[in-house]
Design a protein around this ligand. Structure first.
Ligand SMILES: *Cc1c(COP(=O)(O)O)cnc(C)c1O
Length: 477
């Protein structure tokens, strides 16, 4: 039982923690918000916290820690080599995932770098349920190619499919059958990030790993977003299993597991684990070269202590259910008010469907990027553009548009309250009613068009939007 029913039957999520430390945030007037987003080049990555009321860019490394984690940080055994903290984290990883050999790295993409260095050769292929930017980048740097084999149900924005992150297992099997010798490894991603934090079923993960065994290919599990995925397996697929049992069943099937501890484990760092001595040795040399001595791998020892506790806490259903319940609440409130979001509600955050919100903005003027800027102007909340700016989707027949034009409103864990979400919903309803005022954005001439580069508004729509806000909200922030 992890859901509390209200007598009034109001579908409200309930916090299963109390707050120990708070940080003041700022809500600046709408006129300042327009200035700030202009200064940031209409790119939410470039806003500074000082101008942000709700920081919903990501849940990476910004989740609130528990008093248990903060306390554990003081126990850190600061040693360059052979730290006892390494032993402690290694033992916790073995207890939860059943893998004896552990390599630390400074964050998730560093794990991906090490794994790609060790196993990807020019011309090799890495099939995966879906592409993630940092993973694909490391594979491509080594001359390999990342191939998405997502079941097509995953690309439907609105559905009631419980596991949109599943593999198209028939295509995976065909590829393994025909090209096993060219495949460096199969990457299995939990909580499929770029399609809206949608979970993959345990069934599909186990099937992919089994196919790998059958064809003699390494299975690599990206567990960065496993936390939410655990909740969805528990509630949508295997209610009879505990979180601990689900973790172990999945882990046992995989050759290599890695994750960003900025997400899984409520800390900051990266973890690679395996039971294969051979694979371990292959990867260890790169940890030593690029990350740090292999008992800290670029992580702060204090963070390693926090991760030990964070991983144990992740086995608690009350803790893993918080994110998904808040996200579901936010998605439902928006939907009730006619705002289209990715459904069913997944992990990570709530994803607005920008093409539906601003249908008048053409793809070439970045609807998701424009909407993210407008959301900031209307509310002081910064989300993340998930479309043609952040993840250009290579389609030779078209401009590099996004796979989906989304604005992600990430819900960092235990950071914001229900009243803050209600405020956001209120401002988004207002924005939807004034959506025709939102205009497009573009990269200036000569820009490199990176996701962190500056853009500019096409016309003065931000000022017009702010003027309408002022008219409707009088002297309110
Ligand atoms: C965040 C993330 C990564 C990369 O982790 P970083 O710590 O940001 O480098 C890899 N895979 C997935 C699925 C992620 O969500």
């Amino acid at each position: 039982m992890n859901k509390v029913m209200f007598y009034s039957r109001k579908p409200l999520p309930l916090e299963m923690h109390k707050v120990c430390i708070v940080q003041k945030t700022n809500l600046k007037p709408v006129e300042r918000r327009v200035e700030a987003i202009r200064e940031a080049g209409f790119n939410s990555y470039r806003l500074f916290s000082d101008d942000v009321y709700l920081d919903m860019l990501t849940d990476s490394g910004v989740n609130a820690m528990t008093n248990g984690q903060l306390g554990a940080m003081m126990l850190a055994d600061e040693a360059y080599a052979g730290s006892m903290t390494y032993k402690k984290l290694s033992a916790k990883l073995e207890e939860l995932f059943g893998k004896k050999l552990f390599l630390p790295a400074h964050q998730g993409r560093a794990c991906e770098h090490v794994i790609a260095k060790a196993f990807v050769k020019a011309g090799t292929l890495v099939p995966m349920n879906f592409i993630f930017g940092t993973s694909a980048a490391q594979i491509e740097l080594m001359g390999g190619k990342a191939i998405a084999l997502l079941d097509t149900k995953g690309l439907q924005k609105q559905s009631d499919e419980p596991f949109k992150g599943d593999f198209d297992e028939a295509r995976l099997e065909e590829m393994l059958k025909n090209e096993a010798s060219r495949i460096a490894y199969v990457r299995i991603e939990a909580g499929t990030n770029l399609i809206g934090g949608q979970p993959i079923s345990m069934r599909s993960m186990l099937r992919a790993a089994e196919l790998c065994k059958q064809y003699g290919v390494i299975s690599v599990f990206d567990a960065s977003l496993f936390q939410d995925n655990l909740h969805f397996i528990k509630t949508r697929e295997h209610p009879e299993l505990s979180i601990r049992e689900i973790t172990r069943k999945v882990a046992d099937a995989m050759d290599i597991i890695y994750f960003s501890a900025r997400k899984l484990g409520f800390g900051r760092g990266g973890v690679i684990i395996t039971n294969s001595q051979e694979m371990f040795v292959e990867m260890e040399q790169y940890v030593a070269r690029y990350e740090g001595f292999p008992t800290y791998g670029g992580m702060s020892i204090r963070e390693m202590e926090a991760i030990v506790v964070g991983l144990e806490e992740t086995m608690d259903e009350d803790i893993v259910s918080q994110g998904p319940q808040f996200i579901e609440y936010l998605c439902n409130e928006l939907q009730k008010n006619g705002i289209d979001v990715i459904t069913p509600a997944g992990g990570l955050g709530c994803h607005l469907d920008a093409r539906k919100f601003v249908p008048h903005i053409p793809l070439s003027q970045y609807p998701a990027g424009s909407l993210a800027a407008a959301v900031y102007i209307a509310s002081g909340a910064r989300g993340m553009e998930r479309g043609g700016i952040d993840e250009p989707w290579p389609d030779p027949d078209k401009e590099p548009f996004g796979a989906m034009e989304l604005v992600r409103l990430a819900v960092p864990r235990r950071v914001y309250t229900v009243s803050q979400l209600n405020y956001l919903v209120d401002r988004l309803i207002w924005l939807k009613q004034n959506a025709s005022l939102i205009g497009g954005i573009r990269f200036p001439e000569g820009s490199n068009r990176h996701f962190y580069d500056r853009l500019e508004s096409i016309g003065d729509w931000p000022e017009k939007l702010a003027a309408k806000f002022r008219e409707d909200f009088h002297d309110s922030l």
